[in-house]
Design a protein around this ligand. Structure first.
Ligand SMILES: *Cc1c(COP(=O)(O)O)cnc(C)c1O
Length: 370
């Protein structure tokens, strides 16, 4: 019995995405080993953060880096950092910002994700720019006031055409002394994103440790300027202020470092695996009437990553897409994949373990009785 079976909890084949509700990603053995090794000793956490930050910065070609307990925590900490800098009196005030403190964050109206709260919990309000036709640099310029704490991009290549381009936005913000933050939590692959935004001049960029990096679930990677990383650490644990509830353990700090090393070593090879998975499903269903397999590209977050889209002719097969998804989830083993459009599903290779494509294909055929 595995540890979940003993608890009466079913394990799930995740062909959906690096979703927090399913446990994010699976750590490779190197990462687990690093966490176990880290668990055996006491250390000075602040010194460990600083040392691991140096290593992470070197590996990702950045000036400085920090380990948070996730990308959402990184949003909160970096927003706080923009407001407080290294001012202890301001740090004490968050999230009840005094009139003298910066309290606005600029964001594209069509560049929002579900993580607003992580920014707003510092006490700031959003100022939106742009519309469904795009955003002019003038709108950004006009939105900046002496209250502006930061300008946020929630990175998503499929939305970028509606935004002030990164280089132009960064140049305008810099001219006004406003830090630029890029939430790239789910933007690995491509691995170049680890340095691309900072090389364009962004002050802070964050990534989930538990998504593409396959690091500890409750970890996040923050890269950026030394000045911003220092202000982030100033607001972070163990200091008893806004970041105190966002504790990151020695195991996560060391585990994330191992994950970044692992990712940089292997990232190039994943793409090939994803392509092979698409070909596998196409071959498995090539002769099945009412089933069509396509290569879907890019991913829902605009990442350059192929997924397998399978469309069902519901009349011909006598079963609806939703019923197929229900049976996949309810069956043995339980399989979680995403719906696509009205009659399709999407299978994401990023979270599949070796051999699981065959299990999914077999279960689908059972359900379709083909
Ligand atoms: C997943 C995600 C987050 C949150 O990341 P965690 O590491 O789960 O805290 C934030 N922003 C975006 C765009 C994300 O996709």
């Amino acid at each position: 019995m595995n540890i979940y079976e003993k608890l009466g909890i079913r394990t799930i084949i995740n062909g959906n995405a690096t979703l927090t509700r399913l446990g994010g990603s699976i750590m490779p053995p190197e990462v687990v080993a690093a966490m176990v090794a880290a668990s055996k000793h006491f250390v000075d956490i602040v010194a460990l953060q600083r040392r691991v930050g140096e290593e992470l910065a070197r590996l990702t070609h950045n000036e400085a880096a920090y380990v948070s307990c996730g990308a959402a925590a990184a949003l909160t900490l970096s927003t706080a950092a923009c407001i407080t800098g290294l001012d202890a009196a301001k740090r004490e005030k968050c999230p009840n910002l005094a009139d003298s403190m910066k309290s606005e964050v600029i964001v594209h109206r069509y560049g929002r994700v579900g993580y607003d709260f992580a920014v707003r919990q510092v006490g700031v309000t959003f100022v939106e720019i742009g519309d469904e036709n795009g955003t002019s640099p003038d709108e950004l310029e006009a939105a900046i006031t002496d209250k502006t704490a930061a300008f946020f991009y929630f990175a998503n290549p499929s939305r970028e055409h509606l935004w002030v381009p990164y280089e132009a936005g960064i140049a305008i913000a810099k001219r006004h002394g406003v830090p630029v933050i890029v939430d790239a939590a789910a933007q690995l692959p491509p691995r170049e994103n680890l340095w691309r935004f900072t090389q364009m001049g962004a002050d802070v960029v964050m990534f989930s440790g538990g998504k593409g990096l396959c690091g500890p679930q409750s970890s996040g990677l923050i890269v950026g300027t030394q000045q911003m990383i220092d202000a982030i650490a100033f607001n972070g644990p163990p200091h008893p202020f806004i970041g105190r509830g966002m504790k990151v353990g020695k195991e996560e700090i060391v585990g994330l470092l191992a994950a970044v090393k692992w990712y940089l070593k292997h990232a190039e090879t994943f793409q090939q695996t994803y392509e092979e998975q698409v070909v596998y499903f196409a071959q498995e269903f090539a002769n099945v009437c009412g089933v069509e397999v396509h290569r879907s590209f890019p991913s829902e977050a605009g990442q350059p990553m192929p997924r397998t889209e399978i469309c069902f002719d519901e009349n011909r097969l006598g079963i609806t897409r939703d019923e197929i998804l229900r049976q996949l989830a309810a069956g043995e083993p339980s399989i979680d994949i995403a719906g696509a459009g009205t009659n399709g599903v999407l299978i994401n290779g990023q979270t599949l373990m070796p051999g699981e494509v065959a299990i999914i294909a077999r279960r689908l055929k059972d359900i379709l009785k083909t």
